[in-house]
Ligand binder design. Structure first.
Ligand SMILES: Cc1cc2nc3c(=O)[nH]c(=O)nc-3n(C[C@H](O)[C@H](O)[C@H](O)COP(=O)(O)O)c2cc1C
Length: 242
């Protein structure tokens, strides 16, 4: 009799446990669905936000090198760079663009063989196209999509390969005196760019480059998201004011 009662109690307990388990599962499922939905909401319907600042230029015509960081031809940062270039050319500056994401470049190997064959770097790749442009430039414009809260890997490789110009016993110096930073990303929060902005700030300090402006565009992800947006006219104006 006691055994029968125990077994009946177990069955009731099992039912309770399985009902509780069912509720937990349903709850977790609903939370996951809500989480996905709100992520999709935030990432796909965010408004584009532009944060920019520009400092006064000297009015002297200069040689500007735009270093882009995306593989996407006509992508968001590509269009930012184009808009900037349009403004800078209109203002009379000489502008070159190097697309680091479209011409694969190795990372710096830190082999310390810089200048040993008379060239800044012994690694033969698209750096050979990049460095003559770099050596002519008075001003550098970094234009990158945000990748993992930082510069894209493509542009980072090109930046790292500038190492020969910053080490001892170099054969040549760069003429660069000024820099600008243009970035875009999917995030709707300007603070997502803080890591890259801080790296840029430190780079300016180390090289005694004057900061000529920064532009951060949030909420752009798909191809063409940035098309028709005021971010492009802000970038163009930054080019005019360069
Ligand atoms: C590998 C990778 C990492 C990314 N990381 C971020 C990120 O950390 N934050 C963000 O807001 N967007 C991120 N994105 C989205 C891009 O910044 C966004 O799509 C940007 O508009 C792409 O610019 P593009 O068209 O010039 O390539 C990432 C995209 C890729 C491919």
């Amino acid at each position: 009799m006691q055994d029968e009662q125990n077994s009946a109690l177990d069955t009731v307990k099992d039912k309770k446990i399985s009902r509780r388990g069912l509720f937990s599962f349903a709850g977790a499922f609903l939370l996951a669905v809500a989480g996905c939905a709100s992520y999709k909401y935030f990432s796909s319907t965010s408004t584009i936000h532009v944060e920019s600042c520009v400092t006064a230029g000297s009015g002297i015509m200069k040689n500007i090198l735009i270093l882009t960081g995306s593989s996407r031809h006509n992508g968001n940062s590509f269009l930012l760079a184009e808009a900037f270039k349009q403004g800078a050319v209109k203002a009379g500056h000489t502008v070159n663009t190097f697309h680091s994401g479209m011409t694969p470049m190795s990372a710096c190997l830190h082999c310390d063989s810089c200048w040993t064959d008379g060239k800044p770097c012994v690694v033969a790749d698209s750096f050979d196209t990049f460095y003559p442009l770099l050596e002519q430039a008075d001003m550098l414009v970094f234009c990158s999509p945000l990748y993992w809260y930082n510069f894209s890997g493509h542009i980072k490789c090109a930046m790292d390969r500038m190492y020969p110009y910053f080490r001892e016993n170099r054969l040549r110096d760069l003429k660069v005196k000024e820099a600008m930073l243009l970035m875009c990303g999917e995030s709707m929060f300007p603070r997502s760019f803080a890591g890259a902005a801080e790296a840029y700030r430190q780079m300016l300090g180390l090289n005694h480059w004057k900061d000529r402006g920064r532009l951060f565009v949030t909420g752009v992800h798909e191809f063409g998201d940035i098309k028709g947006h005021k971010a492009l006219s802000v970038a163009e104006q930054m080019g005019c004011d360069a």
